[in-house]
Design a protein around this ligand. Structure first.
Ligand code: SF4
Ligand code: SF4
Length: 438
């Protein structure tokens, strides 16, 4: 019993939480402060995990309104979950902050342009592909490099253009037509995230080649949509629930499956959170638990099924690994990606200091909070440079976009690759795949 807590009648429960008991779990020890990237940069209590929990508690106790100021503090959080990794009381801090954002969004709807982008453009894979198509053409005719040169004196536009990725061909239709290999050992449902499909189709091609080489029949539900993470990150929890239900139904139609695999750490992390998201759903709660129990990040699944005699070779490769927050902190998946890298024969794996510290990508944080994002990115790029690596591998499209941006900003000669691409190339399957398709 907490003697300092107000009586239940005096509390102001928030529509989407967080639960008051969760907030009382914080013992104010301060262990989370030194690992919080926003606190490291500002030294402000209100920019720390403990401070954000205190704000939410003050709101629920009726001392503060959930107004624009409190909301802005909640959105300064990167949702990197580094605080959860060290919290001795096991407070689900990131989830509490997201619940606070969702509660604020119930009171004051999010901007229409944001809802359009997250609900409509990411609401179907086709729409995301249509957004990426003009960007791909702009690259093809040299428009993006030209615009970068011409508009380099207009900082907001320059940042946007600098961030603009070069999208590969979308991979969704190809995967729907793909024939499974003969006599597969596993049947795997592949979660095709919206950014992975629309921007990083070549990474997905590498992931699928690897899975097939390791004996998996890869099946892709035609009706899957975005996992819901970007929407939940921006307070649109009902939209995230709607997307979750659609994905559960889409994968249920393909059962039986040995695993549900995603090569985007933010997606695999959020798919594992479906039971929490749909805990009160009378129809889907049970199905969400069964689904989440079989979700694996690609790195987890590959490492689990990798045959000992399969040796990827990468002579002379100097490589380091940037650990995505949503793989390391949110899922606790730290060993498998490193174990996969250690399998690279002839490669020199160089440890990146504080590798799981956020790079500043954090969903759309690099667009909504560019100043803080750039500070975090500058630290990350300096750390990468100090390793002397020629390649930085990671496992999340947001991190890839951000690190590619960092390489452009700093003029660093470093290749940013998804771990799947590195392994696929080291097995020689990339060239085999090209030869087969060409
Ligand atoms: S580490 Fe956990 S218990 Fe300690 S101050 Fe931070 S949130 Fe509270
Ligand atoms: S999720 Fe990251 S940015 Fe947010 S409070 Fe925790 S450590 Fe700080």
């Amino acid at each position: 019993m907490n003697l300092f807590a107000p009586a239940p009648g005096q509390r102001v429960p928030l529509p989407e939480g967080p639960d008051y008991e969760v907030l009382l779990g914080c013992i104010r020890c301060g262990r989370c402060l030194p690992v919080c990237p926003t606190y490291q940069e500002t030294w402000l209590e209100v920019q720390s995990p403990r401070g954000r929990l205190a704000l939410l508690r003050a709101v629920e106790e009726g001392h503060l309104p959930l107004d624009d100021t409190v909301e802005a503090h909640l959105y300064h959080c990167l949702d990197c979950r580094a605080c959860e990794t060290v919290c001795p009381a096991g407070v689900p801090i990131g989830e509490a902050i997201l619940a606070g954002r969702a509660s604020a969004a119930v009171q004051r709807p999010r901007p229409a342009w944001l809802r359009f982008a997250l609900e409509v453009l990411l609401g179907s894979p086709r729409a995301a592909e249509r957004v990426a198509a003009p960007l791909r053409w702009a690259w093809r005719i040299g428009g993006i490099p030209l615009a970068r040169r011409l508009l380099r004196f207009l900082p907001p536009l320059r940042d946007l253009l600098d961030l603009a990725p070069r999208p590969a061909r979308p991979v969704r239709r190809e995967l729907l037509r793909r024939k499974p290999p003969p006599a597969p050992r596993y049947r795997v449902g592949f979660f095709l995230g919206c950014v992975m499909n629309a921007v990083y189709g070549d990474v997905v091609r590498a992931s699928v080649r690897l899975l097939e080489r390791l004996g998996c029949a890869v099946v892709v539900p035609p009706d899957q949509v975005c996992c819901g993470a970007p929407q939940d990150d921006q307070g649109l929890r009902e939209t995230a629930r709607r997307f979750a239900r659609r994905n559960l139904a889409a994968f249920a139609a393909l059962e039986p499956l040995d695993a549900i695999v995603a090569d985007c750490a933010a997606c695999s992390g959020f798919l594992k959170e479906y039971p929490h998201l749909l805990a009160d759903d009378p129809v889907w709660a049970e199905g969400a638990r069964a689904f989440a129990a079989r979700v694996r990040d690609l790195t987890e699944w590959l490492e689990a099924i990798w045959p000992e005699d399969l040796r990827p070779v990468a002579p002379g490769l100097r490589i380091t690994y940037h650990e995505p927050c949503h793989l390391s902190h949110a899922q606790g998946v730290r060993r498998p990606p490193r174990a996969l890298l250690q399998r690279l024969e002839g490669a020199e794996v160089r440890e990146l200091p504080d590798t799981a510290r956020c790079c500043g990508s954090a969903g759309i944080y690099n667009l909504t909070h560019p100043a803080m994002s750039k500070r975090l990115l500058a630290r990350k790029m300096a750390d990468i440079a100090a390793t002397g690596a020629a390649v930085v591998a990671t496992a999340n499209p947001g991190c890839m976009l951000q690190l590619e941006w960092g390489a452009r900003r700093t003029g660093m000669r470093i290749q940013v690759r998804h771990l799947a691409e590195v392994l696929d190339e080291a097995l020689g399957s990339a060239s085999e795949g090209r030869a087969a398709s060409g």
